[in-house]
Write a protein that binds this ligand. Structure first.
Ligand code: GTR
Length: 405
């Protein structure tokens, strides 16, 4: 039974992101950069998400479709990103506003039901990959035309484009279908050493593969002159929110990271054991994290990290954490506290962090270099969430913030 009683949250002590493993305090941005940041990143690799490889050496970007979309307000571009000649491929769908001059900033995120689900635009290629049967319109684990636009409410493309941003998205199943098959059908086998049949105990799981794919999509952005690859915000909801934070932590080319209700293994502190726990997530989704993470089932206090340190790995780049009041499974308060305890790292690096140590009123946002809101309602991505993400992006990577080359 999940605990939803604040009085039953165990007493806990968080590892201090500003004290090195050998006890040395981190008192300067240099010490963080040169020493502590790498230590923390390695701990997350070894104990939580598993280490991921670098880019695949034989990668191809094949723009297979381009056209006007949204009544001429956007350009739509579809790119097959192929790994090797016969390896898996992922389809990247990009919308760019037509009325912007120069390379545009962009939101990038994984979708859960195929690129064609984010908008009913008939030119979007229907995803051919394995699809969870829980989604309506999916037959024998394949998408049908009936699923076009099914996830549109999570992706207000019109609004994003009207605000001057591009959007790039990939179906997470193109990288690794979301079920436990021993890592045979996604990108993992591309990197197996001779004789290896699955990742080692400290090597990447499915979340690692998804985060790796986001970095490969960013590789493409570096080749597209209409995208400003230095102003890409990686965004994700729930399991893809965990992924967005991990991608933002691993790949410092991402200019910003946004976690929408990422919960356990995302922004929420594991030691609170509120809602979803480490044991429960490893049991239900044994493929998401690395094998070593299972050592911490019902042993959260032994974790060498907690999730505030994941948020801190994004520093000093802006990071936004969002919760929903009724989404208790994701532990809204634990997500807020993840942001609160990342704040000292932000303060050290850039003198700005989360403006408040108490949760803002429901549906209101507080924004510094760290942003946070708790929305009314349940586990979802709504227009209100996006409004705040767009406002946050305006503050930090919007058109007024062109990075000097
Ligand atoms: C739940 C899982 C959460 C979250 C969510 C989602 O079943 O327990 O960690 O990832 O799925 O992705 O919607």
């Amino acid at each position: 039974m999940a605990n939803y009683d604040e009085a039953l949250v165990p007493a806990y002590e968080l590892p201090d992101p500003l004290i090195c493993l050998d006890g040395t305090p981190v008192t300067s941005a240099e010490a963080w950069r040169e020493r502590r940041r790498g230590e923390i990143h390695q701990l997350f690799e070894e104990h939580v998400y598993g280490a991921m490889p670098g880019a695949y050496p034989d990668m191809h970007f094949d723009v297979f479709e381009e056209g006007h979309a949204l009544d001429g307000r956007a350009v739509r571009r579809q790119v097959a990103i192929r790994f090797g000649k016969d390896g898996p491929q992922m389809d990247l769908l990009v919308f760019l506003p037509t009325d912007q001059r120069g390379p545009v900033p962009l939101f990038m995120g994984l979708n859960s039901q195929g690129n064609h689900s984010i908008h009913d635009d008939p030119a979007i290629r229907l995803s051919a990959g394995w699809m969870s049967g829980e989604n309506r319109g999916v037959v024998n684990n394949r998408s049908t035309e009936a699923t076009r636009g099914a996830g549109h409410s999570h992706w207000p493309v019109e609004e994003i484009v009207a605000r001057g941003y591009g959007l790039a998205t990939v179906y997470c199943g193109d990288l690794d279908p979301d079920f436990d098959d021993g890592y045979a059908n996604g990108v993992h086998p591309l990197f197996y050493r001779p004789g290896q049949t699955r990742p080692g105990d400290g090597e990447w799981g499915t979340i690692g593969a998804w985060a790796w794919g986001l970095s490969r999509a960013l590789d493409y952005c570096e080749h597209d002159a209409e995208i400003d690859h230095r102003r890409v915000a990686v965004m994700g909801h729930s399991r893809r929110g965990k992924t967005a934070l991990w991608a933002g932590a691993c790949d410092e080319r991402f200019a910003m990271a946004i976690s929408n209700e990422s919960g356990c293994g995302g922004a929420a502190l594991s030691r609170r054991c509120y809602g979803e726990t480490v044991e429960r997530i490893n049991r239900m989704f044994p493929h998401w994290f690395c094998n070593n993470f299972r050592q911490y089932n019902e042993m959260e206090a032994k974790l060498p990290v907690d999730q505030h340190m994941l948020i801190a790995l994004v520093a000093p780049r802006p990071v936004y954490v969002a919760s929903a009041v009724d989404d208790r499974w994701s532990d809204p308060r634990g997500e807020f506290l993840g942001a609160v305890h990342a704040d000292p790292v932000y303060r050290l690096l850039c003198g700005d962090g989360l403006p408040s140590e108490t949760m803002p009123p429901i549906d209101e946002s507080c924004m510094g270099r760290i942003g946070y809101h708790v929305r009314s309602g349940d586990h979802d991505v709504t227009n209100l969430d996006w409004r705040y993400y767009l406002d946050f992006a305006d503050r930090h990577i919007g058109t007024l913030h062109k990075v000097d080359s």
